[in-house]
Design a protein around this ligand. Structure first.
Ligand SMILES: Cc1cc2nc3c(=O)[nH]c(=O)nc-3n(C[C@H](O)[C@H](O)[C@H](O)COP(=O)(O)OP(=O)(O)OC[C@H]3O[C@@H](n4cnc5c(N)ncnc54)[C@H](O)[C@@H]3O)c2cc1C
Length: 503
């Protein structure tokens, strides 16, 4: 019998397997993708930890307790205390481990960051962004690049038995342990040899799926990630949300679904929290791209707003200059369809301080607005209203009222104090932005030992979970807490790797 089966070789799964193999265990890793790394290939790479060597080297006084207190403060005490306690205790060891293995810290880190409600201490660590030819490797790649040599070593030594292109289909309790059903994606010819059981799913038949096979084990660790790329599952868990997502294509909630089929409890669906500024460049696709098409509307620390935001009624709904992302997120999520239009004029388009879409130049934005798909350009506010299908009279009134606030330097509706620009110089622009899913907040309920628990709050013997499969609601509550997805994914993976190896 195999000692540990890890399902999913992403952030948590890689960390888990490396740790388990390092502790002498025999590990089998099932990965449905053709490569390992999962969301590490996409993530921004911000990791939070209190009490790291890196902080000490830079004279920053911090501790797991201070980190814990700050997480609970930011989450307004809605995060799970046991899970946060474990995450914050393990976090500095995780960062120290990365450092020992040559992690290339961005020189000025750890730092404060303002994309989420800031911590009270500089405890966000991240790696360098690198460029290879025209391809940018975001900071998350630094984590992958640090773990990959260790991974390769254990795979080469046979301590990690890796099954790529292999999907876990289901899990079932079998005797004292678990039976994991897997399905391997194979080349067509090979699949054809698998006789009657071949299920040809792909019309152009470059690949096919062979018959499921089964693996047995005492302990299964589910590290399959979130469910932001599974609209059906997402809608079931969040019936009032329309999914616009930037999650990796592999984040389809497979592990959560498999565990729920054997009685696991799903928690924290009510804590789902969106990220602001997603552009759905293909309307109704339900997809946005955080790295290419993202509007800077989530805080005003790194870019002052020269725009106004209006909802589907054509009305403003918040102080666009609020620094703290949390009340901004909550205000935007309360709007119809969780979307809003950013309205500005020609003068604002060219103002210094960076374009609304950080990866674009103002000319690109203007050109997209000419196309009128998700951005619009018009010679008057009434024409802009017609193009965006916002109520003409209301939009005109909203803009005129805001301009009066600028003239009198007093926003009577939302108390905005940054009132530098009227919206008055044609042409005028509108961009439709969505509250989108960067990560998912619901997930498998676990106890403080990361055992998956059932609906009667009892641990399910031999079934463990780590990473986004546990859901951001556990580590962040009903708020975004910086770095509280990545560091816990790595830490919990490592924790389970060691625990199960020495079981
Ligand atoms: C754009 C973006 C930016 C982010 N930035 C940050 C940040 O700065 N800080 C932060 O804390 N968090 C951030 N996050 C979130 C964080 O990166 C993720 O929550 C974390 O990396 C998820 O790790 P994981 O191990 O749970 O899942 P993943 O890394 O996604 O790994 C899951 C793996 O399981 C595999 N898998 C899935 N189903 C199966 C199956 N049935 N059988 C076999 N294998 C399967 C997948 O192919 C994948 O390789 C960001 C996320 C995104 C999308």
């Amino acid at each position: 019998m195999t000692k540990i089966i890890i399902v999913g070789a992403g952030t948590a799964g890689m960390a888990c397997a490396i740790r388990a193999a390092g502790c002498g265990a025999q590990v089998v890793v099932i990965e449905k993708d053709s490569q390992v790394g999962g969301t590490l290939h996409l993530t921004a790479g911000h990791m939070s930890a209190g009490g790291t060597k890196r902080q000490a080297e830079r004279g920053i006084v911090d501790s797991p307790q201070q980190h814990y207190d700050d997480v609970m403060r930011i989450s307004n005490h809605t995060a799970n205390p046991d899970v946060v306690r474990l995450a914050t205790q393990l976090a500095p060891q995780t960062i120290d481990w990365l450092q020992e293995n040559g992690f290339p810290f961005e020189p000025n880190t750890p730092q404060f960051i303002y994309g989420h409600t800031p911590y009270q201490t500089a405890r966000t660590h991240w790696g360098t962004t690198s460029y290879s030819g025209t391809e940018i490797k975001w900071a998350g790649s630094a984590i992958f690049d640090t773990m990959k040599p260790l991974w390769d070593k254990y795979v080469t030594e046979g301590k990690i038995e890796l099954h790529l292109n292999t999907r876990m289909v289901s899990i079932a309790q079998e005797g004292n342990g678990w039976e994991v059903a897997i399905e391997k994606k194979v080349e067509e010819e090979e699949a054809a040899r698998a006789l009657q059981s071949v299920e040809l799913k792909n019309n152009n038949a470059t690949t096919a799926r062979a018959a499921p096979s089964k693996l047995n084990t005492q302990n299964v660790v589910l590290t399959t990630g979130g469910y932001g790329s599974n609209p059906d599952f997402f809608h079931k868990m969040h019936p009032n949300w329309r999914l616009v997502s930037t999650a990796r294509h592999t984040s389809t909630g497979d592990g959560a679904l498999a565990a729920m089929a054997v009685g696991a409890q799903f928690w924290n669906a009510d804590k789902h929290t969106a990220t602001l500024g997603g552009l759905e460049t293909e309307p109704n696709s339900g997809r946005t791209d955080f790295w290419k098409n993202w509007g800077r509307v989530s805080n005003s620390m790194d870019r002052k707003p020269r725009e106004i935001y209006v909802n589907a009624h054509g009305r403003r709904f918040m102080d666009e200059n609020l620094n703290d992302p949390d009340p901004r997120e909550k205000a935007a999520e309360a709007q119809p369809d969780r979307k809003f239009w950013v309205i500005f004029d020609e003068k604002a388009l060219h103002e210094e301080g960076g374009c609304l879409i950080p990866q674009w130049a103002p000319d690109r934005l203007a050109a997209e607005a000419e196309n009128g798909v998700f951005a619009w350009k018009a010679n008057s506010i009434s024409e802009l209203a017609k193009k965006t299908r916002l109520d003409e009279g209301t939009l005109e009134q909203t803009v005129a009222r805001f301009n009066t606030f600028v003239t009198h330097q007093r926003d009577e509706d939302f108390g905005r104090t940054y009132l530098q620009n009227t919206v008055s110089q044609a042409p005028f622009y509108a961009i439709l932005t969505h509250c989108f899913s960067l990560v998912t907040f619901g997930g498998l309920a676990v106890n403080a030992q990361l055992q998956v628990i059932d609906n009667q709050q009892q641990p399910i013997e031999g079934l463990y979970a780590a990473g986004e499969i546990v859901g951001g609601g556990a580590t962040c509550g009903h708020a975004f807490v910086g770095g509280m997805f990545l560091t816990p994914a790595l830490s919990f993976g490592r924790y389970l790797g060691q625990k199960l190896a020495t079981f």
